[in-house]
Design a protein around this ligand. Structure first.
Ligand code: ZN
Length: 411
């Protein structure tokens, strides 16, 4: 998915804005002597931006317009160190709302829907992002914010909420509560829009089945507007990304080079029209891939696959980038296996080898299952691992996070 002429022109405008503002990136451009770009090659020579750059700009160093044009800030959670503050102009807020409105439209949501918003409001981009888009659409917003499940369910019944916006874990909690209270008949949900959180097929299917709704995955991050920069469509074949607002690349996290469409790597995003805090080649550390070809829905917007992990989790085996989440998803398709597994990577006789240990759920057909798992990994990821099925309870369990990947190549 190469950058096109329109996008190149837009990046050029951003470069002028950044140089004028002399924020961290403008400064970096000046130092590199870059005053503009004229080709895709020029674009790929632009330096990356990192979360650390944004932290260093705390509190308002990212601002690329005069302060009187800034109407709002948002902040990403500062669980590790200094938070990041993103300033927005009125146009940024409006553009974000337009993108989010498009998300709802892709999900078949209309101004006849009643949208219950359960992500948090405040410094975060979550709740208010869902709300802006819904208001632009003309739908009825029920701005609940998180928690207070009793009240959530009461409003959901009384107002006949038709769309639930939530994290996957909260959607599951609500689904379980509805089942436990036997109030399913009083719930009128038809669709769910689920915020970008890593979640597996099994959980997704459970939420969808228990609530009897269609689910849509939404993508976004505070540094780049917030949620709503892309969403899956009714064919559930990846998330469409709004490339009139953003240019998205997939790079090899180690080399920084672009990888071919279809190959997994790190998502890097360039904002094309953002004013308050434009970002050029921002490394998200989210791992996905561009899905080649046209979506069955016919939309021209490019697609990325579900996020399979963070770049720090990546394993390189036989030249293929692999993420534990991909293996976990494959194993999740085998009902005869428990949820426990262990991956060991070693270097034997000049070759990388992946061994996967999985636990049976009490089934006896160890060898057959091992062959099936190996074949599934081969077909999904591209190489054949050694698979060993062991009895239930054999693999180590830990009260903290269980270490599932052991790379013996570097020990
Ligand atoms: Zn589609």
């Amino acid at each position: 998915m190469e950058i096109n002429e329109t996008q190149l022109g837009q990046v050029n405008n951003q470069i002028q804005r950044l140089i004028q503002s002399n924020n961290f990136y403008g400064h970096r451009l000046k130092e590199a002597g870059i005053t503009g770009i004229h080709s895709a090659d020029d674009f790929h020579a632009l330096p990356f931006s990192e979360k650390q750059d944004l932290r260093s700009a705390y509190p308002l160093g990212l601002m690329a317009v005069p302060e009187e044009e800034i109407v709002r800030i948002h902040s990403s959670s500062g669980t590790t160190g200094t938070p990041v503050i993103i300033p927005y102009t009125a146009k940024d807020v409006d553009d974000w709302g337009e993108m989010f409105k498009r998300c709802y439209e892709f999900a078949g949501i209309t101004n006849r829907d009643r949208i219950q918003i359960t992500p948090g409001y405040g410094l975060w981009t979550a709740g208010i992002g869902f709300q802006n888009g819904a208001e632009k659409l003309g739908a009825m917003v029920i701005p609940m914010g998180p928690g207070n499940t009793n009240k959530q369910l009461q409003m959901m019944m009384d107002l006949q909420t038709s769309v639930l916006c939530a994290t996957s874990s909260y959607a599951l909690l609500l689904a379980e509560e509805i089942a436990a209270r036997g109030i399913g008949n009083n719930i009128h949900l038809r669709k769910g829009v689920i915020g970008s959180e890593r979640w597996g097929r099994k959980m997704r299917n459970r939420i969808s089945r228990e609530l009897g709704i269609e689910l849509y995955d939404i993508y976004g991050l505070t540094e780049i507007y917030g949620p709503g920069i892309g969403i899956s469509c009714r064919y559930d074949a990846g998330m469409h990304i709004w490339d009139d607002y953003l240019y998205l690349e997939i790079i090899d996290p180690e080399t920084g080079d672009n990888v071919p469409d279809g190959t997994y790597g790190e998502i890097v995003i360039t904002t094309l029209v953002k004013e308050g805090a434009p970002l050029i080649r921002y490394r998200t550390h989210d791992i996905s891939r561009i899905i080649p070809g046209t979506c069955p829905c016919g939309s021209r917007y490019p697609r990325i696959d579900a996020i399979v992990g963070r770049s720090d989790d990546m394993m390189k085996i036989k030249g293929v980038n692999v993420f534990p989440k991909q293996i976990e998803e494959i194993l999740g398709g085998f009902p005869q296996l428990s949820s426990e597994y262990q991956i060991r990577i070693s270097h034997l006789d000049g070759r990388d080898t992946m061994r996967i240990y999985v636990e049976t759920n009490g089934h006896e057909d160890f060898l057959e299952t091992a062959d099936e798992v190996a074949a599934a990994v081969k077909s999904r990821i591209g190489f054949t691992p050694l698979v060993k099925v062991v009895e239930l309870g054999v693999l180590p369990r830990s009260e903290k996070k269980t270490k599932r990947v052991i790379d013996e190549r570097y020990e």
